[in-house]
Design a protein around this ligand. Structure first.
Ligand SMILES: Nc1ncnc2c1ncn2[C@@H]1O[C@H](COP(=O)(O)OP(=O)(O)OP(=O)(O)O)[C@@H](O)[C@H]1O
Ligand SMILES: Cc1ncsc1CCO
Ligand SMILES: [Mg+2]
Length: 276
């Protein structure tokens, strides 16, 4: 019964976030990798947000102040892009706007790890990675990774996530079979989603952008917004899979399902539980 009550509460919260997002249509600046741009922009649009994939350092002083949140993803990082990422994070901080870091493939090289550690110094509101990425960041060492995909279960990374949350001050979010969210003390897990979502490249990048959009509508409650975004995205995948034949059609049906999600389905099917 307690579990059911908790699920009901999270269902209502998740619906409140999704409907606020649809009403407010926050502008989300995405400085993201070249693989993810299309799926990420379409995910944000389907959810009700307004995406802008604007990354030139020359445009940040004019544009970033008009956004409601910034998403930074290092998946195809080059030295030319890093100053723009730092500038956008700096503007977000100065104007008290939330910004979210996706440390995609952080374990691939020393360059990428150093860049992510420098970005974390700029106080992201949320850091979202897969299990391997969160473990790499928490240990500040490269290697325990297989490119952009995870070698670890999300549950293997919960202690690393708690420690990273405490040292950085960010909410830390781990995607996987259960998506965990922690502020260093509390831990919740979002159970929606399905394994086939790992076969859509940039599905993780896209859920990070959705987290940025949910946090944009309630920056004071980034923990709750992050867990809700995970569940809503996973639920869209579950519904989409009912119509799909494999990863390519799931990609399409996930976006359609996110666009069509209704209150009754969110209240009934969002599943988020406490692990702390
Ligand atoms: N085993 C699983 N069962 C259910 N859902 C999963 C599973 N693994 C991943 N997911 C879901 O798939 C999505 C992407 O998560 P994943 O951990 O694959 O991200 P990622 O490795 O950062 O992906 P990418 O780098 O391609 O963007 C998330 O919404 C997550 O909840
Ligand atoms: C495949 C891939 N390589 C660098 S970024 C990216 C997208 C998923 O993170
Ligand atoms: Mg990723």
């Amino acid at each position: 019964m307690a579990d059911q009550d908790q699920t009901d509460t999270w269902g209502s919260k998740s619906w409140a976030y999704l409907s606020s997002l649809r009403q407010q249509s926050p502008l989300i600046q995405c400085i993201t990798n070249l693989v993810s741009m299309d799926l990420m922009a379409n995910t944000l649009l389907a959810a009700g947000a307004s995406p802008a994939m604007i990354h030139s350092i020359l445009e940040i002083p004019d544009f970033t102040p008009h956004t409601q949140a910034v998403l930074i993803n290092v998946g195809t990082l080059t030295p030319e892009w890093l100053p723009a990422m730092k500038a956008a994070a700096g503007v977000a901080n100065r104007l008290a706007k939330p910004w979210v870091l996706d440390p995609a493939a952080v374990g691939a090289s020393g360059f990428r790890l150093k860049a992510c550690l420098e970005l974390i110094e700029l106080k992201p509101t949320v850091i979202r990675g897969n299990g391997s990425e969160i473990i790499c960041l928490s240990m500040a060492s490269i290697g325990s990774t297989k490119g952009a995909d995870s070698l670890h279960e999300s549950s293997d990374a919960v202690e690393a996530a708690k420690s990273l949350a405490k040292s950085s001050g960010a909410i830390v979010a781990i995607s996987g079979s259960v998506d965990f969210v922690t502020d260093g003390q509390r831990v919740v897990g979002a159970h929606n989603g399905l394994p086939m979502m790992q076969k859509i490249t940039a599905s993780g990048c896209s859920v990070t952008a959705l987290i940025a959009a949910f946090v944009a509508v309630d920056p004071a409650h980034a923990f709750e917004a992050t867990a809700s975004a995970f569940s809503v995205f996973g639920l869209a995948g579950e519904i989409g899979m009912g119509l799909a034949n494999g990863p390519a059609s799931l990609r399409m049906h996930l976006i359609d399902s996110l666009h069509g999600l209704d209150r009754e389905t969110v209240l009934r099917r969002v599943k988020i539980t406490s692990f702390s």
